[in-house]
Design a protein around this ligand. Structure first.
Ligand SMILES: Nc1ncnc2c1ncn2[C@@H]1O[C@H](COP(=O)(O)OP(=O)(O)OP(=O)(O)O)[C@@H](O)[C@H]1O
Length: 231
């Protein structure tokens, strides 16, 4: 579904991503893991053309490298950025409606489905997003992105700052989305949680892919255990 070839991202003289290649197959969960500053966020931003880059990005066999960000989003790719960024002064329902503004699909049907997927949100649907917990806001951010009916959902550090119980709940939902046919590209520092649910994963180090394999292969790898899984 997504093929990234020789992707490079520069910020002035800083070469944040150094010519990486990776693929995301339809219906898969693929993760990019790596420590702070490895280039994960820059990679996601370059897919939606929100950062200066070189290289080729094919989505469903169309080259989208030079497409404008809003066109890419209309083209069924959604990005949930790090830090959630819900509309703090809007209610849950209003946030969902904002997510659907570009979508001709039946709003009520989509909204009902979001409340099925994220039951924590239904009781609070009239509440302002800014007054909800971090976990609830992360769920809302994902639900809002899903309101555009994306084929590819990209999540940047969804577990950041959340309690382990909520992370578990969130990752179960991510698996469910994959089972519903949504392809997922997940960026995570929580390597174990990501690898456990990933069909395939890439390890980014200093802007390069240091290692790749199935989620289970990487969980079993000594190198990954030492560097990312605490032994
Ligand atoms: N707007 C920017 N201007 C200058 N340098 C930047 C900018 N954004 C990112 N960088 C640098 O690019 C490198 C990669 O950053 P990036 O945010 O992509 O990494 P990351 O793996 O997502 O890390 P994190 O998890 O901390 O967000 C880092 O060295 C970072 O300091």
């Amino acid at each position: 579904m997504l093929k990234v070839r020789d992707l490079k991202v520069y910020y002035g003289l800083i070469n944040a991503v150094k010519g990486i290649n990776f693929e995301v197959g339809e219906g898969q969960i693929v993760s990019l893991i790596g420590s702070n500053g490895a280039g994960k966020t820059s990679t996601l931003q370059s897919i939606v053309n929100d950062v200066k880059k070189t290289g080729d990005i094919d989505f469903k066999n169309n080259n989208i490298s030079k497409m404008k960000t809003h066109k890419i989003i209309q083209n069924s790719i959604a990005l949930v950025p790090e830090g959630r960024r819900c509309f703090q002064n809007l209610t849950i329902e209003e946030n969902l409606r904002m997510g659907a503004f570009n979508n001709d699909e039946n709003y009520e049907r989509l909204q009902d489905h979001m409340f099925e997927l994220f039951p924590r949100l239904i009781a609070k649907k009239g509440q302002l997003a800014g007054t909800m917990s971090g976990g609830e806001q992360q769920m809302l951010a994902i639900a809002r992105a899903l309101m555009s009916s994306p084929k590819l959902l990209m999540l940047d550090e969804p577990s950041l700052g959340l309690a382990p119980k909520i992370v578990g709940e969130l990752f179960e939902i991510i698996k469910k989305l994959r089972d519903e046919g949504i392809t997922i590209l997940l960026v995570e520092q929580n390597a174990f949680a990501a690898l456990e649910i990933s069909d395939y994963a890439y390890v980014l180090e200093n802007g390069e892919i240091a290692l790749e394999g199935t989620g289970l292969e990487l969980i079993d790898s000594d190198e990954i255990r030492k560097k990312y899984l605490g032994g």
